[in-house]
Structure formats: structure tokens, C-alpha cells
Design a protein around this ligand. Sequence first.
Ligand code: TEU
Ligand code: CA
Length: 526
Amino acid sequence: MDNFTWWRDGVIYQIYPRSFADGNQDGIGDLPGITDHLDYLADLGVNAIWLSPFYPTPDKDFGYDISDYCNVDPRFGTLADFDRLVEEAHKRDIHVIADLVLNHTSDQHSWFLESRSSRDNPRADWYIWQDKIPNNWQAVFGGPAWTFVPERGQYYYHMFLPEQPDVNWRNPEVRKAILDVVRFWLERGVDGFRLDVFNVYFKDDQFRSNPSAWGIRPFDRQKHIYDTDRPELVPLLKELRALLDSYPERYAVGETFISTPEKIIQYSGEDRLHAAFNFEFTHTTFNPTRLLARILDWERVDREHNIWPTYVLSNHDVPRPASRHGFGEDDARVKVMMALLLTQRGTPFLYYGEELGMRDISLKRDEILDPPGKLYWPFYKGRDGCRSPMQWNAEANAGFSTVKPWLPVHPNYVQRNVEAQRADPKSVFNLTRALLHLRKEYTALRRGAFLPVDSASQDHLSYLRRSEGETLLVTLNFKNRPTRVNLPSDLHGGTWLVLFSTHRAEPDLLNGPVLQPYEVCVMRRL
Ligand code: TEU
Ligand code: CA
């Protein structure tokens, strides 16, 4: 493959470590568990894994509250386990992306324990302290964003939980300490980073109050112009990029908080982040017209700003696509969405279990662990639903662990698991695997132009992926009825080969194929 760039041409698979595989049978997934399943991931065909936080944490936000940036939580393993995971992943040509949460630490991090102890300790200015609450800023997970500490007689700022104090990025010592953290993981062989809420690192230097807006949660009733997206950010991103570029082929993808195309344009590019998430597919409805419009937005962003698109259907913060689009246990619509994701021009991100069409678990109120779920129940039930253990086989606890897992396994695991889906040629797993392998085989799928066909259709979404010497046609029927794809006349006739289909073995392309209900088909013009 000509100049294959892993993060641009490849597919990235997100692992939520505590839910993937339990290596030591204590009910919590861990790094050795992941290492044990690298052959599974290599066979599936992914090029990189992104690990949600595995650092020491008091677990107020399940790892997104880090108490030591340069270590592994004993529940997840040791630094030696991490080194082994990286080594074994690299042997299989799988790159490793670490999740860095650099906007805030845990309140149990030694930096904060010191900072909160007095007004004149060496780290007094490592967090954001104020004598009085200076503004109306709210915390994302509920309540005001300022919490009082009697030892200092002052308030500190936290955009999320009070147990997640925001660090003071304006302090040069903090900046240096954090860039040293990045270097620490680069030196350990990490290939890239996912940066948690990177665009909120800096807050307004004058602490101005946000203007109001319409919304449900108090946090949403403000326009976030002073607590997010401050101008000091871009120079920092440039410094970070220079650090990454001092190592070969390293990568950073940012989690844009309240993502918009404008923000992504501003924060990604040659001298800043490689990519910033576009979350459109996590909330667009199952509608070909709307999905096409979103894709064309990103095609434009790339054309005009040379920013390689990214696509994701889900992550550890949102309901799974199979729960959003599937009917009961039926996977027809789930396969359409998976095929859409994997045939885009841009880097697709998969979330563990998506390749099985895993559904969200539903929990009773007293089973909920996620802090915003506890707070806003029953209006919002939190994010535990999409974090249930990976379903490996039909044995006890889905083969995830021999003991009771930290979150319940979805009861559908008896039928819906890796082993069963491997054996079923029509499964979501085999569709995912087949498309991942096609993506490796065809340059047109990775880099080829995206050219919509019959784009006024309300029923199907069809497009060519075309590169020099390769023309592929992707057709996705979004309806539970047959529909015809009207091909432009220059595509009539010719010889076509079906590379993948949920329904057919032979092409039927006289004037355009008639698609079966929810059919997914990828053909190649010979
Ligand atoms: O998420 C940012 C974030 O606040 C939302 O995605 C959030 O999960 C949603 O609004 C629910 O209310 C990142 C992480 O992905 C998330 O898991 C962390 O909880 C959060 O930052 C704080 O680190
Ligand atoms: Ca374990």
C-alpha cells in the first residue's frame, strides 16, 4: 500500500479498558485482558486502538479523573503490562493511542492536594483559585463550577465534578509539567493521543460571565464564550504538535467540547492537531438525506481547509448506534450505519462492541454509577448504558470475566457475542470485518473522491468512491422496501463485481440496481 499513514488510512478502535476483557478475574477489565485479545483486533482489521484512561483514579468519573498521569491504576495492571501491550500491539501492526485528560486532574492528584493546602505552597497557582465566585459559570455535571476550600478560604474552578479541578494552563510550570507527561508516554512508545475536552483548557483571563441561552440543564442555559475556546489555545496546540512531530508518525485527535465545524477548522491542520472529532453521526437520525448533508459539510471542510475528516457513530458518552437505530434485536439498520461509517472518506472510529451491534444495558436507579445519571435521573440516565462488558461468548458473564463484572452484561449476550457472530455470515461482525478488509484492499475506499449518486433519493444513500483506476459504488438502502438506484448514464452497463453485499452475489446494474430492504452493497466497476 502506497504511503499508508496509519491514522489517515486506517481505522481506529476505542477500548474502554474496564469493560473489554478481565485478565485477572476481579470483575474489572484490564490491560492484560486487552493484550490477550489483540489477535481478535488484528483479525477484525483495525489499525489502531484508543484506550480510554487506565491511569490511577478514584473513579469519580471512571478514569476521567486522573490522580497520577505517569502510571497505571493497579486495577488495570502495571507499567510493565502497558509496555507489553504496546509491544504486542506493534507486532500486529496495531498502533496505540492513549487518552489524556489534561483539562483537569482528580482532586486526589498530589498537585491538587498540595495546591489546596494553603495559599503559599509551591503549587498554589497550579489550579484556578478565586477569593469570591467571580461569575455565573456552571459545571457540566451539575451545580456551580466553583467550590470553596476552607484551608485557603478560596474557591477553585471545575468544569465537571468538584472532584475534577481544572488545572491552570496559564502557569508556565503547569504547562511544562503537562508537556512532560506527553513526552513520558511518547517515550514509552505511544503512537498518539486522544485529548479530552482540549478546547476548554483556557478560560477567560478576566473571568467574565457567560451570556444566557436556551437550554434544559443550567449548563446549557449559557452561551459558552468565556469558559471555552479562548484564543490562548492555538499557540499551545502548535507547541504540542511540534513536540509530537519530533517523533515519527505521531498523532493527536482532540475531543472538541460542543463541537462545530468552525472549531474543528480552527484547531486542526498541519501545525496543530491532526484531527478533532466530528460528532455528527452520533446524533443524526436514520435518514439518508440528512446524513448526506452532513457528509458534504465535511467534504467542504476538507476541500477548503485541507482537514482530513473523522467519523464516529458512538463512544463511551453516548447511547450505542444499535440502541439508537436498531429495532429490538434486528440488525438490518445497524448494518446500514456500520457500512456508512466504514465507507466514508475520512478516518472511522469504532467503539468496542459496535462490531457486534451491542445494545445499551438498562439499569435501575440504584444500579446507576455515572455521576450525571445519578443527578439527572430519570430525565437523563447517564452513560453506563454504553459501557457494559464486551460480549465474547455464551459462557457466564459473556466470557468477559469469571466473576460478577463491574457493570451488568447485556442479557442478549447468549445470542449476541463474538463466537456466535463469527459463525454467522450475516452478522454485524462479519459485515464489519469484510468492510475493514475491503478498506485495506482498495485505495478508492480510503482516499478516493466521494461522489454522491442519485442524491435526491429519500430512500437510499449511494455514492462512488473513486481513485485513479478504481471506481467503487456503495449503495445503502435506508428503507424497509425495495428501491432503485438511478445511476448516471455513464455508469450504465459495463462489468461490475460485487465486493460485498448483505443480499446479492451477482451484480444487476443495467440502469441501476434495485436494492432489497436495508440492503448494503459495494460493487466495483471492472
Ligand atoms: O466528555 C466531555 C463531555 O462533557 C460530554 O461528552 C459528556 O459526557 C456529556 O455531556 C454527558 O453529560 C469528556 C469525556 O469523554 C467524558 O467521559 C468525561 O466525563 C468528561 O470529558 C470529563 O472528563
Ligand atoms: Ca481485572
